[in-house]
Design a protein around this ligand. Sequence first.
Ligand SMILES: Cc1cc2nc3c(=O)[nH]c(=O)nc-3n(C[C@H](O)[C@H](O)[C@H](O)COP(=O)(O)OP(=O)(O)OC[C@H]3O[C@@H](n4cnc5c(N)ncnc54)[C@H](O)[C@@H]3O)c2cc1C
Length: 425
Amino acid sequence: MAGIGFGAVLASVIANESRGSLAAPGGLLTAAGRLAALSGTYLILIMVVLVARLPWLERSVGQDRLVRWHRRVSPWAVGLIIAHVVLITLGYAAAARSSWLAEVWLLIRSYPDILAATVGFGLLLLAGITSYRAIRRRLRYETWWVIHLYLYIGLALAFAHQIVTGASFVDHPLVRALWIAIWISTAGLVLICRVGLPAWRSVRYGLRVVEVRREAPDVVSVICHGRGLDKLAVSGGQFFLWRFLTRDLWWQAHPYSLSALPQPPYLRITVKGLGDASLMLAHLRPGTRIAFEGPYGVFTDHARQSDGVLLIAAGVGITPLRALLEDLPGGSDVVVIVRASTVADLVHRSEITALVRHRNGRLHEAIGSRHKVRFTARNIRHVVPDIAARDVYICGPAGFDDEVVTAARKLGVPDDQIHVESFGF
Ligand SMILES: Cc1cc2nc3c(=O)[nH]c(=O)nc-3n(C[C@H](O)[C@H](O)[C@H](O)COP(=O)(O)OP(=O)(O)OC[C@H]3O[C@@H](n4cnc5c(N)ncnc54)[C@H](O)[C@@H]3O)c2cc1C
């Protein structure tokens, strides 16, 4: 559907050009600028839809893959909009036989809504530049996130100039009406799925903190109480975005996986204090209200292709695997490997041991520093010789995930049997 839409957008621009308009001074540049404008804008709308948290899309594709697609499309979208600005300016300057600088000034001063669009373009550039890996790594997640939100303001600012000045829309009421409908639907999806649905669910379930329990150094479990949680459809391995409504935390939402299946009226997450927000969770008071979004993620039993499973976790990465272990059907052939620096860092150790024993599975604890305990193909094969016939679920920090995925592939595990939940961003 996205591809058909893209084709229709390109066709609407091309159909609008004539031999005469292309042969005129600056005609080719202007036409290329228009093509870049609509294709770039269409890709931005696709990017927005990919991260609009549409429940059916999240369920079938998974948030991490959607975010990956969003990132893959973004350089093209931003590049096309930059090309639009440059080409249109040069094309108009050539037609008016003036300098590009004079044309910029003229466009901003005398064309309707171009000033707002220019501000929108600036915000788009800001969001694009700060999303480059090298720059993003230097920013706090929250700073990056707030800057990213400006993109929505930028899009709103750029909308009017398209309708009022866009050659594909002026004198083409049907195309204009369709374009407006696409924009309104996209904005509606974002408002419903990112604002309305989470707000409604948060009110409906009325989650509050009941207890914060220390599990390991810097790791706490937060136990929450809610209404009607038996109606919350969630699978072991899924995560929610949590917003704890305290003075310091209400404005930021963080992803945490359930560390056990819901036991209505209770839910539990287990969190390692890595940065300012996660460290603050240790000091949550009973009664603190919680707003949440989700459940999200396809790191569940539904993704399983075979009867045997191998669950591999590092550190607090055990949380979704602990819930998944509980959700696996009885009779599953289970092997679990958990990695931690010390025995004290093994989170939910007794629960994991009991769940593995209940399934007649095997549990391996790999204790030691990252440099000592390596997840090479050779080491893994030694412990799980039949790995190729299993579904492998992996959760841990980004470097760990990559190491285990490489080893699993080397040992012949097909890609559709490798499932990763990366806690890294
Ligand atoms: C799908 C998923 C499930 C997770 N489940 C758990 C869990 O069950 N238990 C647990 O302890 N940790 C979990 N994490 C990791 C947890 O979300 C981060 O540790 C936490 O957000 C750190 O926030 P901070 O402000 O304390 O630290 P910061 O210092 O701000 O960040 C530490 C790291 O977390 C990343 N991060 C911060 N905020 C977010 C965010 N909103 N979304 C994605 N990444 C972010 C940062 O980029 C950085 O790499 C999960 C992460 C993901 C993506």
